[in-house]
Design a protein around this ligand. Structure first.
Ligand SMILES: Nc1ncnc2c1ncn2[C@@H]1O[C@H](COP(=O)(O)OP(=O)(O)OP(=O)(O)O)[C@@H](O)[C@H]1O
Length: 217
C-alpha cells in the first residue's frame, strides 16, 4: 500500500502554517517527519487522519484519492501527541478493548506486570506513553501515525519502542514524528524535514544542517 498526502494548505486565522506539502509512505517502511517546534508536524498528522480540516488537502492511497476522513477507515490508527486513553480505565480492560494479549506484554515488559488492575491515570507519563504506543503498534492496522512516541520515555523504553517498530513494520505503513531526531533517523527508511511550511525529502543527513534544523548531525 502507498499513502500520499499533498497539496495541503493550512492557515490559522491569517497565519500560514502549511503549504507545499508532499509526503509519500509505503508498507514495510517507516517514514519520519522532523521539524522545529511549531512548524506544523502535529497539524500535518491531524490533517492526514482527518482531525483537522485545512483549506486544501489531497490524500491518496494506492493512487486513489480518499475523500472521507481516514479516522473512518477501519485500517488506520493514530497515536496523538497527548494521552488518548481515559485516565480511570484499568490497564487490563484497556488491553481487552484493544484485543491485545496482556500476558505477552507483561511477560516481555516485567516492570509493567503489576499494573493490570491499575487505572491508566495512576501510571507515570512515560509509562502511559509506552503503553499507548505499544497498543497502537500492536493493533492489526495497515496505516499508523505516531506523534511523538518517544516523548517522556527513558532510553531503555525508547529502544523497546524501536524494536517494536522493527517487529511490526513489514505489514504496515508507519509515519512518525519526534524531537529525538537521532532515534527517528535510526528507525526511519524515509525522512522528511518540515521547514518553512513545506516538506523536504532528506537524501543526505547533512541537509538537516543546511536547513538549520540541527547545528551538527
Ligand atoms: N488550534 C489552533 N489554533 C491556532 N493556532 C494553532 C492551533 N493549533 C496549532 N496552532 C499553531 O500552528 C503551528 C503548528 O502547530 P503544530 O502543533 O502542528 O506544530 P508541531 O510542529 O507539531 O510543534 P511541536 O513540535 O512543538 O509539537 C504552531 O504555530 C501553533 O501555535
Amino acid at each position: 500500500m502507498i499513502f500520499e498526502i499533498d497539496n495541503v494548505e493550512l492557515y490559522f486565522k491569517s497565519k500560514k502554517i502549511l503549504n507545499g506539502i508532499y509526503l509519500k509512505a509505503e508498507t514495510g517502511k517507516v517514514t519520519g517527519i522532523l521539524g522545529r517546534n511549531g512548524c506544523g508536524k502535529s497539524s500535518l498528522l491531524d490533517i492526514a487522519f482527518g482531525n483537522l480540516k485545512p483549506k486544501y488537502k489531497l490524500v491518496r492511497i494506492d493512487k486513489k484519492p480518499i475523500l472521507k476522513p481516514l479516522y473512518l477507515a477501519k485500517n488506520v490508527m493514530y497515536l496523538p501527541q497527548y494521552d488518548f486513553v481515559p485516565r480511570n480505565l484499568k490497564i487490563g480492560k484497556l488491553f481487552k478493548l484493544f484485543k491485545i494479549d496482556w500476558i505477552n506484554f507483561s511477560d516481555k515488559y516485567k516492570n509493567f506486570s503489576a499494573y493490570k488492575n491499575h487505572k491508566f491515570g495512576k501510571l507515570s507519563g512515560g509509562e502511559r506513553r509506552f503503553i499507548e504506543t505499544y497498543l497502537v503498534l500492536k493493533c492489526d492496522k495497515d496505516l499508523v501515525f505516531l506523534d511523538e512516541p518517544f516523548n517522556g520515555i527513558s532510553p531503555i523504553l525508547i529502544d523497546d519502542v524501536k524494536a517494536l517498530i522493527n517487529e511490526v513494520k513489514n505489514k504496515k505503513i508507519i509515519i512518525l514524528t519526534d524531537h529525538k531526531y537521532k532515534d527517528v533517523i535510526e528507525i526511519t527508511d524515509e525522512l522528511y524535514l518540515l521547514n518553512n511550511d513545506s516538506t523536504f525529502l532528506i537524501k543526505n543527513l547533512n541537509q538537516l544542517e543546511d536547513y538549520g534544523y540541527v547545528t551538527q548531525v
